[in-house]
Design a protein around this ligand. Structure first.
Ligand SMILES: [Zn+2]
Length: 380
């Protein structure tokens, strides 16, 4: 009664949106639904974000994305073993826990009914619980069904109901989605992920049925440009692109090894030593999020951003938009009264290096070009 032509092209919206002549399909999550798994459930506490040595550009980009997820994803280029995954986990662990609807596979925010999934909308009473900000790893071999979720068609046929099994995008809602070696992922999956990250909605279409659910997350992809290139069209859809490298100076290397060793020998004691520094970052992040909506970008800053993008020949207006948003998020994080040229200058390499027309993957070249333009135009 459900899998036939009569409901083709009908999207699964709240029941009230369904014409009365049609039987609304029943949409349920397949099997018991779980809230995002607690990151802190394991015995070992997460390596503290504030204990990461160096990698300033990456840490700043992640903080900016945490202040304003609308800046788009973060692409991290560079060597293996430079703490990319550690940084994301550390950042998520220090974020304030989120209020989430109990049992909702998307961890809907009880305080934002406009963003609720179909399940939460249909429930009269919602119970809330506090859960950690999710970090979801997207493995390279993941099928599209596993990523976006799958319809259990057998259930639909035998029991006359539509069953949707949420995928990784559901679990990542309101958190981080991390893809190691994103440049080795199939282009169509990267495309899809960028679409979902930009819209905040995951739409699954199978057998003429369309299911939508909230999927707002910060996309973080890492990659080594020597092992595979991302198409320029995909590159420039990431908000920020940062470089990480293995530290080459002796004191930094010693510091990295010493901290890692101390953490592995006694994680609890090590983390206790950084609890205060992590708390300070959490406080700054929370304050920045609250300050962001009221923080205006002065005309002079906008003009400078536009001149910078013109000089560098970045395609379209995405460069300026990202530059403005990231500079604003940085200013908010630092508690600044206004968004100034120094904010632009500091964020310009991360916001623009992957948008230059020629040799977008020639990182050293792009970075040097952005630095020159910043010096010429912003005088910084
Ligand atoms: Zn929900």
């Amino acid at each position: 009664m459900i899998v036939n032509g009569s409901i083709r092209a009908m999207s699964l919206k709240p029941v009230s949106a369904t014409p009365p002549s049609e039987t609304p399909p029943i949409l349920r999550a397949a099997g018991p639904v779980k809230a995002p798994r607690a990151q802190t459930a394991s015995a070992t506490p997460t390596f503290p974000f504030s204990a990461i040595v160096g990698q300033d550009e990456m840490r700043r980009a992640l903080l900016i994305a945490a202040v304003d997820p609308s800046v788009g994803g973060v692409l991290v280029f560079g060597d293996r073993g430079t703490g990319k995954s550690t940084a994301i986990r550390g950042l998520a662990a220090l974020l304030p826990p989120m209020a989430a609807v109990v049992g909702c596979p998307y961890a809907c925010d009880p305080g934002r009914p406009a963003e609720h999934c179909h399940r939460c909308r249909e429930q009269a009473v919602l119970r809330a619980e506090s859960v950690p900000v999710p970090v979801v790893d997207l493995p390279l071999g993941a099928t599209e069904d596993r990523v976006v979720g799958a319809l259990d068609l057998e259930r639909a046929l035998t029991r006359g109901e539509k069953a949707f099994e949420p995928g990784l995008l559901a679990r990542a809602n309101r958190g981080f989605l991390y893809i190691d070696e994103v440049n080795l992922l199939e282009d169509h999956l990267v495309d899809l992920l960028l679409d979902v990250a930009a819209s905040g909605v995951n739409t699954v279409e199978r057998e003429g049925l369309s299911i939508r659910h909230p999927a707002r997350f910060v996309l973080v992809g890492s990659g080594n440009p020597e092992e595979g290139e991302l198409r320029p069209q995909l590159l420039d859809r990431f908000g920020l692109a940062v470089e990480v490298s293995t530290p080459t100076d002796l004191p930094t290397r010693i510091d990295v090894v010493r901290r890692r060793d101390a953490y592995e020998r006694d994680p609890a004691a090590f983390c206790a030593g950084y609890a205060k520094a992590d708390r300070a970052i959490r406080k700054a992040l929370t304050a920045a999020r609250a300050r962001l909506p009221a923080l205006a970008v002065p005309d002079a800053t906008l003009e400078a951003a536009a001149r910078l993008c013109l000089a560098l020949g970045t395609d379209g207006l995405r460069g300026e938009l990202t530059l403005m948003r990231t500079a604003r998020a940085l200013a908010a994080f630092e508690g600044a009264e206004t968004v100034g040229l120094d904010h632009l200058a500091r964020i310009a390499p991360s916001a623009l290096r992957h948008r230059l027309r020629r040799n977008p993957l020639d990182e050293s070249g792009s970075t040097a070009r952005v630095a020159r333009a910043v010096e010429d135009i912003l005088g910084q």
